[in-house]
Design a protein around this ligand. Structure first.
Ligand code: BES
Ligand code: MN
Ligand code: ZN
Length: 498
């Protein structure tokens, strides 16, 4: 789907627009949006509303042909809720319905002429982004590993957004495309099977992005990780035949002296649980356990395409968690890169074991902030379901500020997070008789103890942790990666850029 801006004015009117299909909004109170009114000189739209052919409820649609005073071949009426004060949810339902309808009609091009400039609490740039992301979602296919490809998306290929053609809207469109492309990459990586999407594959993807967008990419091999004394990370890869990769990717968009934001991604390309092996049901889904890494790479794709003016460093710790004769055993004690010893009571709590060394590695960059992103705990799905990512930070002023920045970015991007605690008291649960720390807590609050475990390795900088176990993918019939939290992360970084 190809997006562009189509500005209307007194010469170039909405009535005159020649296109396969133009989408306009109507309301439950039977009123027409300004754009719908402009096309209704012949009364067909009012008649359809009066007859009850469309309810106006958010996401309801009605396709009309032969609207006499419209240059467009088809007019798609889209319900946007109760009245002219269109909220974000109603708008998003409307846009998704437009994309669905656009995919089912025989038109090559279409115009979205919804009231994007008059939304409640949202501006036109937000609306542009919502359209582009919904469009990408509608045509996204996962058929890389199918011998017969899914049918190509039908319908509208060229979508024009009826908004003023200004420097700001052009920029918003370019940024929206960059974010949507980043999300697509994250989805592709998450959906690929684990025998293809290995740590090596993630490293190669980072290198390919480096070539395409000018990132500096360094991949540390096992030997280098050993030299760095990443004993915790390396304990997770013991059972695997796949070589682990520690990927460092740098986007130098800021001033050379500006402290970077560091994103750290959990890249477990398959999580069997190790010797503390997981039950068989749905274990296939543990190929998604690299979605933290995938979202770091997707976010880099987005900021690279945007040419974001900010220094950003991505760190991806990638390996497999497998059982074998060489695998780490429950009770094994390892020494992490920062010197703390860890008793591995459960080899399935492996995410924190790779992240802690990656977080220690991040110290060398004197970061402005570090955000780790991980499918860390099933308990986070229990707590928040699939709607919100779990956000964890300490409670002092500078961490409150970072938490608020991330929460706000999530709201702005329709990719929300919800805050959960990081408090000293939970460290009690991580005490070990034999080592400095245990890698699991006592029952209860498993997402929080996981975050508190990580906290022990992040005391030298401002840090936040995002648990995306629930948001990174959907289970069930339409299972697949969602591309989250790329919108949140990209927006957070955009808000920090020059
Ligand atoms: N990758 C899992 C977390 C997970 C579970 C993500 C389900 C998505 C869906 C993680 O490595 C894990 O196994 N966590 C354990 C922690 C426990 C052993 C303390 C869990 O959540 O059960
Ligand atoms: Mn696990
Ligand atoms: Zn895991």
């Amino acid at each position: 789907m190809d997006f562009s801006i189509k500005a209307f004015d007194t010469k170039n009117t909405i009535q005159g627009a020649k296109t396969g299909c133009i989408a306009v909004g109507v309301f439950e109170n039977k009123k027409l949006s300004a754009q719908a009114k402009a096309l209704d000189q012949g009364g067909e739209i009012t008649a359809a509303l009066k007859a009850g052919d469309i309810s106006g409820k958010p996401g309801s649609t009605l396709l009309l042909r032969g609207v006499s005073k419209a240059g467009a071949e088809r007019v798609l009426l889209v319900g946007l809720g109760a009245d002219e004060a269109v909220g974000e949810k109603a708008f998003l339902s409307g846009v998704n319905a437009v994309m669905k309808a656009f995919g089912q009609i025989g038109a090559a091009d279409g115009i979205i002429a919804l009231p994007m400039e008059n939304l409640k609490e949202r501006d036109v740039n937000w609306a542009i982004r919502a359209c582009v992301i919904a469009g990408h979602e509608a045509v996204f296919r996962t058929d890389a590993q199918k011998s017969k490809k899914d049918p190509a998306p039908q319908g509208v290929k060229k979508v024009m957004l009826a908004v003023p053609n200004t420097a700001a809207t052009k920029l918003a469109l370019a940024q929206a495309e960059a974010i949507a492309n980043g999300m697509d990459l994250t989805k592709e990586l998450g959906n690929l099977s684990a025998n293809v999407c290995t740590p090596t594959y993630l490293a190669d993807t980072a290198k390919r992005l480096g070539k395409e967008f000018g990132f500096e990419v360094e991949v540390l091999e096992r030997k280098q990780m050993e030299a760095l004394k990443m004993g915790s990370l390396l304990s997770v890869t013991n059972g695997s035949e796949q070589p682990p990769k520690f990927i460092v990717i740098k986007h130098k968009g800021g001033k050379p002296k500006d402290a970077p934001v560091v994103l750290v991604g959990k890249g477990i390309t398959f999580d069997t649980g190790g010797i503390s092996i997981k039950p068989g049901a749905n274990m296939d889904e543990m190929k998604y356990d690299m979605c933290g890494a995938g979202s770091v790479l997707g976010t880099f794709r987005a900021i690279g395409e945007m040419g974001l003016k900010l220094n950003v460093i991505g760190i991806v710790a990638a390996c497999e968690n497998m059982p074998s004769g060489r695998a780490t055993k429950p009770g094994d004690i390892v020494t992490s890169m920062n010197g703390l010893t860890i008793e591995i009571l459960n080899t399935d709590a492996e995410g924190r074991l790779i992240l802690c060394d990656a977080l220690t590695y991040a110290e060398r960059f004197n970061p402005a902030a570090v955000v780790d992103i991980a499918t860390l705990t099933g308990a986070c799905i229990v707590a928040l379901g699939h709607h919100n990512s779990g956000l964890f930070t300490r409670e002092d002023d500078q961490h409150e500020a970072l938490a608020n920045e991330l929460l706000a970015a999530g709201k702005q991007a329709n990719d929300t997070a919800w805050r959960l605690p990081v408090q000293d008291i939970y460290n009690e649960q991580l005490k070990s008789n034999f080592a400095d720390l245990a890698n699991i807590g006592t029952p209860g609050g498993a997402s929080v103890t996981a975050a508190c475990f990580l906290e022990n390795f992040t005391r030298k900088y401002t840090w936040a942790h995002l648990d995306i176990a629930g948001t990174a993918w959907k289970s069930g019939g339409s299972k697949g990666a969602t591309g989250r939290p790329v919108p949140l992360l990209a927006t957070f970084l955009m808000n920090r850029a020059r």
